[in-house]
Design a protein around this ligand. Structure first.
Ligand code: MD3
Ligand code: FE
Length: 210
């Protein structure tokens, strides 16, 4: 598209150049299949409610898939190979997610961690940066299922943020400068999707932790 005809972006921020969104990347049947696979995995690795290092419970419930999982407790944030409550290894990452990672990121190695976040209609996630991964050059890929989220993202260095809706089947990638963007979930539009049996929103985040 030429400079002459390109519409003005809502917000010009080179620091977010590495933020890419594929709306509706997963079609409805693929969403349903992925939902079923993740719900089956969650029977082996149940959702639990982590606490911050300060002892505050998250409003989001979490679990993980893959060799490593992100956990938070009184001792801090870290990646570990086992579920904090059952002590069992995390279940494997579904193939459809591994394929999406390779297709969309082009990263040479597969993801070694997939965080599962489950938001009920009242859950939120405050603005934060993701910097617990050893390789901050590797991209992050996020898949949304269920109710639409109002997502907020701004440059690592501060300044204004923008609001983006993430709907079921949307996939987004954070790479380059956007990898260290500040981001969070302002709210969930409860009842906007019927994909999940108990409503709410599931976010699957693929990463290279090591
Ligand atoms: C921007 N999850 O798990 S996904 C998280 O919807 C997290 O559950 C949110 O923030 C969620 O850490 C947002 C989109 C996302 C994921 C990772 C990012 C945005 C990101 C990493 C860097 C910058
Ligand atoms: Fe994050």
């Amino acid at each position: 598209m030429s400079l002459m005809t390109r519409p003005a972006p809502l917000m010009t921020d080179d620091a977010l150049d590495g933020f890419r969104l594929w709306p509706g990347r997963l079609a409805a049947p693929d969403q349903a299949r992925l939902r079923d696979q993740v719900l089956a995995a969650l029977r082996a690795a149940p959702l639990y409610r982590p606490v911050t290092p300060g002892g505050r419970p998250f409003s989001v419930r979490m679990s993980n898939l893959g060799p490593l999982g992100w956990v938070s407790d009184r001792a801090g944030y870290r990646y570990q190979a086992t579920h904090p409550e059952t002590g069992a290894p995390w279940p494997p990452i579904p193939d459809v997610l591994l394929s999406l990672w390779h297709e969309l990121t082009g990263w040479p190695q597969p993801p070694d961690a997939c965080l599962v976040n489950l938001y009920d209609a009242d859950a939120r996630m405050g603005l934060h940066q993701d910097r617990d991964e050893k390789d901050l050059e590797a991209p992050v890929l996020s898949v949304s299922l269920g109710d639409t989220a109002v997502f907020r993202i701004g440059a690592a260095g501060g300044g204004r943020t923008r609001s983006v809706r993430l709907a079921s089947g949307d996939v987004c990638m954070l790479s380059g400068q956007a990898r260290l963007a500040r981001h969070g979930i302002d709210r969930i539009l409860g009842g906007s999707s019927s994909l999940l049996p108990d409503g709410g929103r599931m976010n699957l985040t693929l990463r290279r932790a090591t």
